[in-house]
Design a protein around this ligand. Structure first.
Ligand SMILES: Nc1ncnc2c1ncn2[C@@H]1O[C@H](COP(=O)(O)OP(=O)(O)O)[C@@H](O)[C@H]1O
Ligand SMILES: [Mg+2]
Length: 248
């Protein structure tokens, strides 16, 4: 630990708007979203299909520019960065796993994870060891040297999670990380994911349509029509919502 002051939030957005033009008029996919996530906090973003979750996650990943609003990552206003600096920031400070996991099928599990370190010029002995340990923790200790193209969907999803965490990003984003997992494996993966986020003090945001997965998060943000409409901030209200007894 050093004495440098760290901003309170790893990620903060202020009134973010994203509008897509269409033949039938503009679509307000994200409509004034302000959120903050602290280091070590794991947040779920839920809401019906079309409510703007993926758009919001893409904006947070600096893959999509908002139409309006501001985003701060570790206190840095993303809007003030050049395109090059934004690429560097994304590579160094953000980890993500999207529904299509984008693994390189002809590389092994461990090579896919190491690739993130290589891109950041950080593939040393310690990094290689961490890649193996992380995969083992995600239940893939016996699949390290298998080509990811030959792994099951669920195994690939876990390699993608390891890859999202290996370079010690400030912000970890996951879009439906359990989409291809059976229930038992989904619980295991999200529980491990939550454990790693807490332990390593990352800010984690997970989009999920499976409300049961909210059992492992610290806070739930609910979106509807591009807006944040509800927030569950404590374990008791999250569990009540998970069990379907939220009276809204
Ligand atoms: N590239 C795009 N062009 C036009 N409209 C889009 C685009 N991406 C998403 N949308 C629209 O924006 C809204 C939010 O979509 P999305 O962020 O994918 O929601 P979710 O992930 O919650 O299902 C939807 O109405 C969707 O049709
Ligand atoms: Mg989506």
């Amino acid at each position: 630990m050093n004495a440098q002051t760290q901003p309170e939030f790893a990620i903060e957005t202020r009134v973010v708007v994203k509008t897509y033009p269409s033949d039938f008029g503009d679509i307000q996919a994200v409509d004034g979203v302000s959120l903050q996530v602290r280091p070590g906090e794991f947040v779920a973003l839920v809401g019906p299909s079309g409510s703007g979750k993926t758009t919001m996650l893409s904006i947070l990943a600096a893959l999509l520019k908002p139409t309006a609003g501001e985003i701060y990552l570790d206190g840095q206003n993303m809007h003030e960065l050049s395109e090059n600096d934004l690429v560097t920031l994304r590579r160094e400070k953000i980890g993500f796993t999207f529904q299509a996991n984008n693994l390189v099928p002809y590389l092994t599990a461990v090579e896919n994870v190491e690739l993130m370190l290589r891109l950041n010029d950080k593939l040393d002995k310690a990094g290689k060891l961490r890649a193996r340990e992380l995969l083992a923790r995600l239940g893939l200790g016996e699949r390290l040297n298998n080509l990811t193209g030959q792994l099951s969907g669920g195994q690939q999803q876990r390699v993608a999670i390891a890859r999202a965490l290996i370079h010690n990003p400030s912000l970890v984003l996951a879009d439906e990380p359990t989409a291809s997992l059976d229930t038992e494996r989904a619980y295991q993966v999200v529980e491990t994911f939550a454990g790693l986020i807490h332990e390593q003090q990352r800010a984690g945001i997970m989009v999920t349509h499976d409300l049961r997965m909210c059992e492992f998060v610290d806070r739930v943000l609910q979106m509807r029509d591009g807006k944040l409409v509800k927030e569950y901030t404590d374990k008791a209200s999250i569990m009540k919502m998970v069990r379907g007894r939220a009276n809204d």
